[in-house]
Design a protein around this ligand. Structure first.
Ligand SMILES: [Mn+2]
Length: 478
């Protein structure tokens, strides 16, 4: 294969591509294959990318999803008699548990590999000096594998669009856009004509939300007088001289309907409002960044925008309907898409209820951290999002991280989710470290990202755990 045909040779180490080709070659010749992937937006897109590439290469396979694989799950997979098992978006952390079984494991993951256990077909950016937490997602790793699997007719570069949805789903676009090896994936998608990458307003819902709602629901960056203020949002549109409704049909317009001049006018009006209301300049900068449009998807659908697409997938994954999200990834634009949208509506309802819960019950504050325990009132799969969204509530202090507890499915356990603001991360906060260390101190386990992380702890350890967190946060931020 000529160098110019391989993905991102300028960013990806050649060794990484070499490994991808080894994995691809092995997969091409396998007799019976199970693809198993993590249940979240990145895991679903990882499976979508891998499965589409395997289909194109004529490799039969079945697909399953799991939140986390334990020994029992692995025994079951082993008993099913697959010759090969391809793990996507997980597997690296349990290498020692998946090797030495009756199947041959192929792992395409971007999480920290376990210290022990060696696998011949282990594709992970971290093994090649690429940062798996910020520079390549599970779906990006699956994409590199897909490119290595390319048949004669198709080069699989169109799958870059899904890979970008996965990277965005894993929040790798923080700091204004995708970087590192992800860039190579973006560039290939752009060249293949499936992706548009451009600087734009970062508000959520550019394709589907009516303009006033787009502004009103902007709570990542809280804009006084606009966020959670529908009158203010409509007035801003008027001030900017941008029509909120379509002239003929009279329906609400979305950001996607605006031409460049209108977008500029509205963005400028928004910036003026921010300055006027004293929003700090670093927060204002966060309103704009690189956005990713999936050019082959219909305008005004969630699928057209990488961030809306990943949210749609998350709302299938969080309600144990990975099958629905996966079908959408593989191209189902009928029944599965309808079902995914229904799940998204239900998800939004649950978020509203959860936020009301926090509003009613408030949070408990320690010196450096605030927390609430939702018990069984909020499902553990969404309590973290609700914690993050609560930052736009006055009851929640933006100056400290927030920790949320919810009852776990397993008796005697609590699920912990934590969220922070970007400015806290800039001050040195790393919640992944906080969650890992403090949960281990009370006999649990955890990890994640600097700005969002989670853990599981024994349910009688909440007080002890938050004390640990309080001390650890103080240490990081000082
Ligand atoms: Mn991932």
């Amino acid at each position: 294969m000529a160098k110019t045909e391989t993905p991102g040779t300028d960013v990806l180490d050649d060794g990484f591509l070499e490994r991808a080709r080894d994995c691809a070659e092995f997969l091409r010749d396998t007799e019976s294959l199970l693809l198993i992937s993590h249940i979240d937006a990145d895991g679903l897109t990882s499976a979508g990318v891998a499965s589409l590439a395997l289909d194109r290469a004529g490799v039969d396979h079945e697909t399953r999803f799991s939140k986390q694989l334990d020994d029992e799950d692995l025994d079951e997979i082993e008993a099913d008699g697959y010759e090969t098992v391809l793990f996507t978006d997980f597997g690296s952390g349990i290498l020692d548990e998946i090797v030495g079984r009756s199947f041959t494991p192929v792992v395409a993951d971007h999480h920290q590999p376990s210290e022990t256990g060696d696998c011949d077909y282990h594709l992970n950016p971290l093994l090649f000096d690429i940062d798996g937490s910020s520079e390549l997602s599970g779906a990006g790793t699956a994409y590199v594998l897909a490119r290595a699997l390319e048949g004669d007719a198709e080069d699989n570069r169109d799958l870059a669009a899904l890979a970008v949805v996965g990277a965005v789903g894993d929040m790798q676009n923080q700091g204004g856009g995708l970087s590192g090896a992800n860039r190579a994936v973006v560039e290939e998608g752009v060249e293949a004509g499936v992706l548009e990458a451009k600087q734009d307003l970062l508000l959520f819902g550019r394709q589907t939300r009516p303009l006033p709602k787009l502004l009103e629901y902007s709570t990542d960056v809280f804009i006084p007088g606009i966020s959670k203020n529908s009158t203010g949002a409509k007035e801003l549109l008027e001030d900017a001289g941008v029509e909120a409704k379509n002239s003929e049909a009279g329906g609400w317009r979305t950001w996607a309907d605006l031409d460049e001049t209108e977008r500029e006018k509205l963005t400028n009006a928004l910036f003026r409002k921010c300055v006027e209301r004293g929003v700090d300049s670093s927060a204002i900068e966060e309103l704009v960044g690189e956005t990713y449009t999936l050019l082959q998807e219909k305008p005004h659908t969630e699928l057209r925008d990488a961030s809306e697409f990943s949210t749609l997938l998350n709302s299938t994954a969080r309600y144990e309907r990975a099958d629905v999200g996966f079908a959408v990834c593989k191209g189902d634009r009928g029944e599965a898409l309808d079902e995914a949208r229904e799940l998204l509506r239900g998800h939004r309802r649950n978020l509203r209820n959860g936020i009301e819960f926090v509003g009613r019950n408030g949070v408990t504050k320690l010196e450096n951290v605030q927390y609430f325990d939702a018990g069984d009132e909020i499902p553990d799969t969404i309590v973290g999002i609700i914690a993050g969204m609560s930052y736009s509530k006055s009851a929640v202090d933006r100056g400290m991280p927030i920790v949320a507890f919810a009852d776990a499915d397993d008796e005697g356990e609590k699920k912990v989710s934590s969220r922070a603001t970007k400015s806290l991360v800039r001050k040195g906060l790393n919640l992944a470290e906080v969650m890992a260390e403090c949960s281990q101190a009370v006999g649990g386990d955890g990890g994640g990202h600097d700005i969002a992380a989670g853990a599981t702890i024994p349910d009688d350890c909440i007080d002890e755990f938050v004390e640990e967190v309080d001390a650890k946060v103080a240490e990081q931020i000082s």
